[in-house]
Design a protein. Sequence first.
Length: 325
Amino acid sequence: MSSRPDVVAAGALVWRVSNRKLEVLLIHRPSYDDWSIPKGKLNNGEGTPVAAIREVEEETGVPIYLGQPLGAVSYKLGDGRKKTTYYWAAQPLSISTKLFKVRPHVAPAKTTEVDKVEWVPAKKAFERLTQESDRDLLGKLVDQYNDDKLNTWTLIVVRHTRAMKRSAWKKGKGSEETRPLTPAGEKMAKEMIPLLSAYGVTRLISSPWERCVATVRPYQQAMGIELETNECLTEAAHEKKSKPVYRLVDNLLGTNEAPVALCAHRPTLPSIVQAFLDRAPHSITKSIPNEDPWLATGEALVAHVSQRRGRKARIVALEKLRPSI
């Protein structure tokens, strides 16, 4: 048994539709002489979604944004440690977008690591991939495509990061509307930049109260986009009327548009969770938080939504994440 920690890695199965055919992006690794899905180990302090987009760009030269998770593959290494790799479905991202420009520069992998990168029709990819576990992941992606559930839109609900205690803010006399984040909360807010960028977020909605606005402000400033504030998301407004929050979230879940992040307070989360429950199949409802505090400070609930023809938009995958600090 090794005393060293287990290994965590991340990757993505990048897809596109070309000439009405589903294609996926594969790499050839000369050291193994195999065809594989791009992936790699996490850097220190890096979260799995952020690692996934970095590794794909390193190994393929193709920037991406993440869609629904495809699951994880685990196995034992020779030294006894367990290696777990988390995968997502993903799509290419144009280098001309603001999303690409807020990300750090990624150096390409050496040709001794990856010497070929190819878009391969999904049917041929089953034959090309070397590992059975990779073919299983491809099978999941193809199944979602055939069921009209692969092309999703994303809503990320974030509970604001850590704020100063009520009793400490101006010795208990400060207003709730202006209560700020702690230094730890500010640091976590900055880590929202790579996390929200990984999912392609281009629209921000928040309670107008300072601790929510400050949580998404670093991303808003980095992207140079508008921050939409909605009074219904404040604790005070929700206490008087909870339905507006439910309707707002339900509308976002039901509308196919660019990925959205919404920042809210803990007391509004029951209404938000109910909107999620009403658009989720039973297999996913088990993953939705079911008790207070619903989400930890700075934690995010990521809903991937699709809509089949003539059907109500439904959540097809759900993730609960927290930025690394």
